[in-house]
Design a protein around this ligand. Sequence first.
Ligand code: R5P
Length: 304
Amino acid sequence: MLHLSLPRMIVIPGPSSLGLGWRIAERCGVDPQPVEHRVFPDGESYIKFTKSVSGEKVVIVQTTAPNPDTRLMQLLLMARTAKDFGAKDIVAVVPYLAYARQDKRFTELEALSLDVIFSLLECSGVTDLVTVNIHNEASTRDVERKHRVRFHNLSAVPLLAEYLKKEGFDKAYSLSPDKGAIYIAEAASKVLDGGYNFFEKTRDRKTGEITMAVKDLNISGRRAVVFDDMISSGGTMAKAVEALMAQGAERVAAACTHVLYMPGTEEKIRKAGADPIIATNTIETPFSRVSVAGLVADKLKELE
Ligand code: R5P
């Protein structure tokens, strides 16, 4: 008997991830289903689906930067609309999940932001959440346990390393700017094959000031790559690159999954000596050199 493999999901590229959402749909072999979207003069979002989602597995692709609050609200509007109109499962693909850094209470009486985000996703009908290199997977798992949302975290680090390998960074030394991200440097070094290490970074929780304890890395004349999950103000990356240049590295690349691209970020990292600066398209910026579309599509096929 002939078994035809029919598409079993609807992929909706959200307003913040139109390009990536279309590419993911293509990779999944389904037609993307556009969403009608407007922002009213007061900043509120309007969302309308263009086709029925009843009885379907619905995949919503919506990153949450820039403008995290607006992008999150649009995600919730789409998820809740899918739930209201009878979607069977709702998979939120949120390549960059805002508020994920506040995954514990670091001081008393502060908001546990990631927990709030999970609650909102859950009550909007989200059954699965797919992210890429979330800030801290272990802490996110602690939050996941309190909710009925299945959490899947993917890593784009091997893809970034593959890209750099072709750009002359084969056998380059991989570094993470802090001990928490050592797993990133380790994963990269499996591709680059030049060893890995980490810096010890501390950030003053009140002033945001970064201090980096630098060890002697014996890096003189070598190429190196600093890998991190994200670049926000650029302070962390700039300090790490600067330290490597000061130790005589021949060339240092800056690589991360997400770039928030705030004013001054690029200048700071370039001034420190990084060349090139690369990231994925979880957030579209001029640094997006690596696409996560295939990575996400493979996961979605697995979830079928
Ligand atoms: C923090 O632990 C993260 O992994 C990044 O290192 C951090 O968010 C980067 O922030 P910034 O670019 O503002 O230094």
